[in-house]
Design a protein around this ligand. Sequence first.
Ligand code: NAD
Length: 366
Amino acid sequence: MTDKGKVKVGIIGSGFEADIHAESFRLMPEEAEVVAVASPTPGNAEKLAKKYGIPRFFTDYRKMLAEKDIEMVTIAAPNYLHAQMTSDIAAAGKHVVCEKPLCMTLEEADAMIDVCRKKGVLLMYAEELFFTPKYVKAKQMADQGAFGRVYMVKQSEKHFGPHADWFWNVEKSGGGVLMDMGCHGIAFCYWFLGRPKIKTVYCQMGTYVHADKTQGEDNSICILEFENGSVGVIEDSWARRGGMDDCIEVYGEGGVTYADLHMGNAMPTYSEYGYGYAVEKAPTTKGWSYPVFEELWNYGFPQEMHHFARCVRGKDQPQATGEDGRLVQEVLYAGYQSAGTGAKVALPFRPKGIKTPIQLWSKPCS
Ligand SMILES: NC(=O)c1ccc[n+]([C@@H]2O[C@H](COP(=O)([O-])OP(=O)(O)OC[C@H]3O[C@@H](n4cnc5c(N)ncnc54)[C@H](O)[C@@H]3O)[C@@H](O)[C@H]2O)c1
């Protein structure tokens, strides 16, 4: 492995998020270059490789891991594969960037952290909200005292449901919208407030629109009580029409701020005829729509991947780690347990032998 020059990156997956990883490295090419991609369906890795000029492509990611020059591998595959992939990447001596949510269970989270520590590689947790420019600005203002003592932070992400079948299959995803998008809000509130201990978790959820498709919840509300007296409120939906919405609200005794990545960050547009692309998961561009610009940059994906490459070179300390992912995982367990019992759940909450966090919704542990 070289210790200078651009970090050589391999991507696992060729779907939605793998494309975002490839595009992110293309947008900020100073620190890293993607040299390989692996995806099991014949032709898919090759297609992504051609689109981004990636020289090598594989159908078996283990073959990609045998390539000596690759130093960092990003996992953009379904949730149930994250733990095994992390173990294989670490065993090959390469640094890991794992998409959210970290994995399916707390046992897997522990094993991922352990194996990376033992093999001397970094486990970086791809939570782009830590890099989202508008949200970073809000945190900077809060840290400078703009709002005085912050007593409540809210984050919400909503659309009409994911693009791929595996998200709807709770055996592969681990849960519905709380698992898929609530993981962002949990990480966000925790990070925004400076990582205070979480005391309790309360959740309400239901499957209001998509019961024909999934056993997962398609709308969830989650309330976190922090040891420092602040509260986090996280609202997520797979049942909201009209494309993607992602926003935060920050309330302090001395001020307030609101930030919106989509509806309020776009050009309110009316078109009788439609046009190319409005925003992620928008079903149509006819009528009223909210076309975004610099979509990946506004999310923080390129900045996130740039930061992870710098961590590999020892230029930055990871700002989103396996430990962050494990904490989120524990809150997800507590969230499903709370929705199942109707009661607040105190942390630490580490029931053993859970296969999917969502099972705690229908069968809470005693
Ligand atoms: N950070 C974000 O905002 C964000 C957004 C979307 C998805 N994600 C996460 O990214 C991950 C992937 O989601 P997606 O939307 O790209 O899903 P997707 O279905 O679009 O793509 C999944 C990819 O994984 C590949 N894959 C499946 N089995 C594999 C295997 N055994 N080996 C190698 N590759 C395999 C598939 O072929 C496909 O290319 C998930 O964990 C998801 O939660 C994160």
